[in-house]
Design a protein around this ligand. Sequence first.
Ligand SMILES: [Zn+2]
Length: 461
Amino acid sequence: MFGVTPSVTGTVVFNRSATLTLVFHWCLVKALTMAAALTSIIRVFLVGDVMIGRGIDQILPYHCKPWMYRDFRNDSREYAQLAIDKNGPLPKEIGMDYVWGDALQILQEKQPDFRLINLETAITTSETAWLGKRVQYRTHPRHVETLQAAGVDCCVLSNNHVLDWGYPGLAETLTTLKKANMKYVGAGENIFEAQKPAIFEIPNKGRIVVFGACHTSGLVNEEWNATETKSGVNLLSFEDIPYVVKQLADQVKKVEKPGDIVILSIHWGPNYKWLSSPMEREFAHAAIDVAGVDVIHGHSSHHVKGIEVYNGKLIMYGCGDIVSDYEGTPTPLHKRPFHNVRSLMYFADIDPLTGEVVDFKMIPTMMKNLRVNRADEEASSWLYAKMSELCEELGGGVQWDGSELRLVLQSGGTTHFFTQGIGWTGSAKCTIILILLIFVLTIIACKSCIFRKVVNLHKCR
Ligand SMILES: [Zn+2]
């Protein structure tokens, strides 16, 4: 035991066999631990806006009345017709899963452990449009099945459309999701519910804790802020960032357990602007440093934005729109460079032990025929070039293998994957090296009887 044995004379004798066994077991445990850590990496699927209202609602099986109030057009069906005029007819039969198109196969291939979206529409047939708001989105309550068709685990509701159809519209949205057993964050019947995180158990891997929030820069009406007695959204103020982050830290502390991955999903920043504001960056960094957030999932921009890895933690400033009805809409000149129908499906591999992102891949997509398609060559090239440019400004970059983009970091003139340089590939290499090391050590120690003693250590004297 422990490689030493007391002799009859009281002196301690080195027991070579027991020491070798100990070393062997120690190496084995290390290798197994590393292999276990490798398999416990949690893969999170994140996208920006999922807008299944307006034109999309009209093509799905159970649609709301097409009328809108104060929109650029007054009939939702026009958005579907514009898409048909541009890209051709839609299939005769459209099921609840239609809009996800190629995304379903991609999800099947990638097998994420968790799926998070920003639901950029109210789920309601309410007729009480928010007065004075120019654009209103709603989708029929039966279309919650469209979210289920993509296996969505959590809907973020803290955005500038959840109250488009007033408080009755919000109430029906919440009720519909509850009835469908679909978790949501960022909005609620009062501020306590709006701030409350949703918690998800990932079998044999750990937990994911999601908070939802928004900021007025994401065009969220200040009046929509929930209070103790009024329903609404979890609206943050950036006037006193340390104070807001401290509040967030308290909320995280209340629920967090060791090994949890904490995600803050936030609707912020103006539409159609490439760079994030210094305030957004300050908040994101503080949320990671002080509040213990592991992933910032930002949305609102309507187009892709740069991604930052800060102290190993992931910051997505704007994810774009994965599902929308813009494809046939004439795009004003100032919005054309942003290509709002081109987007990305984001897959983040996160180590629950550290909360750090260990690998990050993006699949280019584009809306066509009112469904998600794999991006064509032109759109893919554009997304590659644009993401390279945007991520380089944040200390990173992307690589393109012809089907997916992979986030890389730049430091000291070299390109590598993430802070510790250990991704899936790196961990796998470490495991193999460690296992080889066990045998090398054993062989060296038992060099006089290599074969026999490696196989049967207890005979090694
Ligand atoms: Zn929005």
